[in-house]
Design a binder for this molecule. Structure first.
Ligand code: S3P
Length: 437
């Protein structure tokens, strides 16, 4: 990706204007994987060409699937039977990539090995290994982590109650269910994002959601789709929060996915007193889409816990920044999942924001922040975690001088051209390549 090695951030400029954000990462992963499974040619426009999704696309190609690219964001996928890959499939940093592809690979008549970066190798895989083995899959990891070795096995449907609300686990099980004998049911303890269910349903799969239970009954070929990927609300979150926090700001983000399993941040920010207006404009890829307008607001602290947590699970790093600017206490609980993302996002954000002078109290499943706090400029580190790097950049907009965010290249894992997009809205964020010493 073309993001620089570090971001330089200076405060003082308001954000204004209208812009679109890149395509939704979750939907883009699914579009290439499910397109590969379809019987026919899938057309995808607005596809997110970012580090994580390119890893899934490379995986699909390594399985012999032909993909034509008309531009970075516009492609066709020729679905068909997979060929055995010549080497291990490298999903780099993509947790969604490896977990969903593992579900699919368990149903194939040839062995495969799924691997990734050192960061991905640290992430827990037992959460998919356990239910996939219940289905009869032959899958094992190294201490329940990647690399994952998968061998052909006959799969049976399963009734699986997930211990954590995870869309990746739900999706891995449902995808394996496509290759199983009998129906597969997944019960979720919270409303995890439902892009898999929506897309498989649009492709003609027999998939039904009844309350917290999703049931898939294999019914033959999947139909190819022609879809436009809506903008990613998890990317919109960064300019959105920046506009709320920087005085005088007023921005509108267009074409954003408003799927209710993803909009928890909007609900929490509104409770904090944020001036946010949402205008739904239609449906894309079976998902509600619209414009979000955000204006500078005086925020107050809130309590966050329960089912909203999974609906904003990727937005807690940026919520921490909003909480630092808010009057009073923000207390987050039920969010222990943050500790097993690309990094331990509670500890890493607390440590990096401390370099900017912030005080954050960590708890096992969340954090407490008393605001407002003043931030001083410093050099901070993105830890090869895209959402950390972008959240720290927004924090830099509130500091008293120039902040440097090191290891910021990872922003391109989900938000290519992050710095340019923010700068286009008026924020003083630029990227700089670091030359080796
Ligand atoms: C994702 C699900 C979430 C989220 C991740 C993308 C998906 O992970 O954090 O960024 O596309 O299914 P979990 O399912 O592990 O909560």
């Amino acid at each position: 990706m073309t993001t620089g090695d570090c971001f330089l951030v200076r405060p003082g400029q308001k954000l204004a204007g209208i812009t679109a954000v890149p395509g939704d990462k979750s939907i883009s992963h699914r579009a290439v994987m499910f397109g590969a499974l379809a019987n026919g040619i899938t057309r995808v426009q607005g596809w997110l060409a970012a580090g994580d999704t390119e890893a899934s696309l490379a995986g699909i190609r390594a399985l012999g699937i032909q993909v034509e690219r008309y531009s970075k964001n516009d492609l066709t996928i020729h679905g068909g039977p997979f060929q055995p890959p010549g080497a291990r499939l490298n999903l780099v940093n993509a947790g969604t990539g490896i977990r969903l592809l593992a579900g699919i690979m368990c149903g194939q008549p040839f062995p495969s090995v799924l691997d990734g970066s050192e960061q991905l190798r640290r992430r827990p895989m037992k959460r998919i290994i356990t239910p996939l083995r219940m289905m009869g899959a032959d899958i094992s990891g190294v201490n329940d982590r990647a690399p994952l070795t998968i061998r052909p096995a006959d799969l049976q449907g399963v009734y699986y109650e997930m211990p954590v609300a995870s869309a990746q686990v739900k999706s891995a099980v449902l995808l394996a269910g496509l290759f199983a004998k009998g129906a597969t049911a997944v019960v979720q303890p919270g409303p995890a994002r439902d892009h898999t269910e929506r897309m498989l349903c649009a492709m003609g799969a027999d998939i039904v959601t009844e309350g917290s239970r999703v049931v898939l009954t294999p019914n033959g070929d999947l139909k190819p789709l022609n879809l436009t990927v809506p903008g990613d609300i998890s990317s919109a979150a960064f300019p959105l929060v920046a506009a709320l926090l920087v005085p005088g700001s007023d921005i509108t983000l267009t074409g954003v996915n408003l799927n209710p399993t993803r909009t928890g941040l909007l609900d929490v920010l509104r409770r904090m007193g944020a001036d946010i207006t949402v205008t739904e404009t239609g449906l894309e890829a079976g998902e509600p889409v619209g414009a979000i307008r955000a204006r500078h607001s005086m925020l107050r602290g809130v309590e966050v816990g329960g089912s909203v947590v999974v609906e904003m699970i990727d937005e807690f790093p940026i919520l921490m920044v909003a909480a630092l600017a808010a009057e009073g206490e923000t207390m987050v609980r039920d969010a222990a999942e943050l500790r097993v993302k690309e990094t331990d996002r509670i500890s890493v954000m607390a440590a990096e924001l401390a370099k900017l002078g912030a005080q954050i109290t960590e708890t096992p499943d969340g954090f407490i922040i008393r605001g407002p706090q003043t931030l001083k400029a410093a050099t901070v580190d993105g830890h090869d975690d895209h959402r950390i790097a972008m959240s720290l950049s927004v924090a830099g907009l509130l500091a008293d001088g120039e902040t440097t965010v090191l290891d910021a290249k990872c922003a391109g894992d989900s938000f290519p051209r992050f710095a340019e997009t923010m700068a286009g809205l008026g924020a003083d964020i630029s990227e700089r390549a670091l030359t080796p010493p």
